[in-house]
Design a binder for this molecule. Structure first.
Ligand code: FDA
Length: 393
């Protein structure tokens, strides 16, 4: 086959966006995807409705070794540019909460629109194909494909994503290519992932499995106010997924349970009204009953409300404002929504995503050490970084 101007490896959100943009510039583009279908993560995302961006996206919503790196791409192709693209394809959408935008019908609407744009821009998509070798050839690259054929290209774009959910085709391919060309990798770890307990803690928390409560999950100065959920393995829910990206083994999280309530005032008022009421009963009118029972027992508030001094009630309320929990691990890449770390941004140009030391080589999307919060930020990074590379590759 003739050499191509651009070969992109990985037909996810970032790869498709890049292919469309490069094709629109008249570049011959081949997109190589080892799975049978493109964009599988878009298809399953957001419960099948894809939380495709967030209205409030700024570089502050991302973790990276260089917190300034994402600014340029996010400014050049913003959440509103992507909303315009969605509107241009007549895909109905809505805001769910906290600026998170979802498709009204199905994530498949976005995939169909991306594939239509890819076709219109002249891009070729090769499914069930993988790359077995990448080599520098002159100013460009020569790829050996799984069918034994070779393919030359001027620009090579790595859009193969992170390690999350290996069952869905995630590989460490992008990191291997980066290392091959001398780029540094920031250590990878699962992000936006449920946290787990050791057997002793599981026994302690077992009665709470299935209980959900609003709280603020805190790790140092980082705080996320959303729902949290006790599971059979440990903790999940949006607040926990968010804080998991900051948590490290051995760290203690602090949870402010129901920050909207003044627990001290509630219990003191209940004591005045009915001193014979058990503390857990009074608390259980505001918190899930099983959680109220556990908290009261753990804190040692035996007896009824009349037995509790103001000092004791105050100390208990303070305890619920910073309830310490020390998870022992995470569910890992098997369920993580994203991969933290990746190709070190020091080696990339923030405007184009090109490797500084390897002209013609680009890294976009999740493979890069830029990881968003929960809430549509990760797709926005994929669109923005893919768009930027597509202007120059
Ligand atoms: P992505 O992983 O999407 O694509 C990479 C592609 O490369 C895949 O198609 C893969 O098969 C292919 N590939 C890998 N190795 C290859 C190789 N060696 N050769 C050829 N092809 C290869 N984010 C968000 O903003 N809103 C949301 O609602 C959600 N929801 C969500 C749910 C679930 C269950 C998960 C796991 C993740 C999310 N995310 C999310 C995160 C989001 O899906 C993710 O950040 C983006 O898909 C990343 O886009 P990329 O294009 O970089 O990688």
């Amino acid at each position: 086959m003739d050499p191509r101007d651009v070969v992109i490896i990985g037909a996810g959100a970032a790869g498709l966006m890049c292919a469309i943009e490069a094709g629109r510039r008249g570049r011959s583009v081949t997109l190589i995807e080892h799975s049978k279908a493109p964009a599988e993560k878009i298809r399953i995302s957001g419960g099948g409705r894809c939380n495709f961006t967030n209205m409030h996206t700024t570089a502050e919503n991302f973790l990276s070794g260089n917190r300034h790196f994402a600014k340029s791409a996010l400014r050049r192709y913003t959440q509103w540019d992507f909303v315009d693209w969605i509107n241009g394809h007549n895909i109905p959408w809505h805001e769910k909460t906290l600026g998170q935008l979802f498709c009204d019908h199905s994530a498949k609407d976005i995939i169909a629109a991306l594939l239509a744009d890819l076709k219109a821009s002249g891009g070729e998509l090769r499914l069930s194909t993988s790359v077995t070798e990448v080599a520098r050839e002159g100013d460009g690259f020569r790829l050996t494909l799984s069918d034994g054929s070779t393919l030359g290209c001027q620009s090579l774009v790595i859009a193969s994503g992170g390690k999350s959910i290996p069952k869905m085709g995630a590989t460490g391919f992008g990191y291997d290519v980066a290392r091959q060309f001398g780029l540094d990798i920031v250590e990878t770890r699962p992000g936006l992932v449920p946290l787990t307990f050791d057997p002793d803690m599981l026994t302690r928390f077992k009665p709470l499995a299935g209980v959900a409560v609003d709280g603020v999950a805190c790790h140092g100065k980082t705080r996320f106010a959303e729902a949290m959920l006790f599971t059979h393995r440990g903790l999940s829910g949006p607040a926990i997924l968010q804080i998991s990206s900051y948590w490290r083994e051995g760290d203690t999280l602090h949870v402010h349970i129901r920050p909207d309530l003044d627990i001290f005032d509630i219990l003191r008022t209940a004591r005045q009204a009915n001193g014979r009421q058990a503390v857990q009963t009074a608390l259980g009118e505001h918190l899930p009953k099983r959680l109220a029972a556990m908290l009261v027992e753990e804190f040692g508030l035996s007896g009824n409300l009349a037995d509790q001094s103001d000092k004791k009630l105050r100390a208990f309320a303070d305890h619920l404002a910073a309830w310490p929990i020390t998870p022992t691990g995470s569910e890992g890449y098997r369920t993580a929504e994203v991969t933290l770390g990746g190709v070190n941004t020091d080696g990339l140009d923030s405007r184009t995503m090109q490797a500084r030391a390897v002209p013609g080589l680009y890294f976009i999307g999740e493979v890069v050490d830029v990881t968003g919060w929960l809430g549509g930020y990760n797709f926005q990074w994929a669109w923005s970084s893919g768009w930027c590379a597509g202007q120059v590759a």
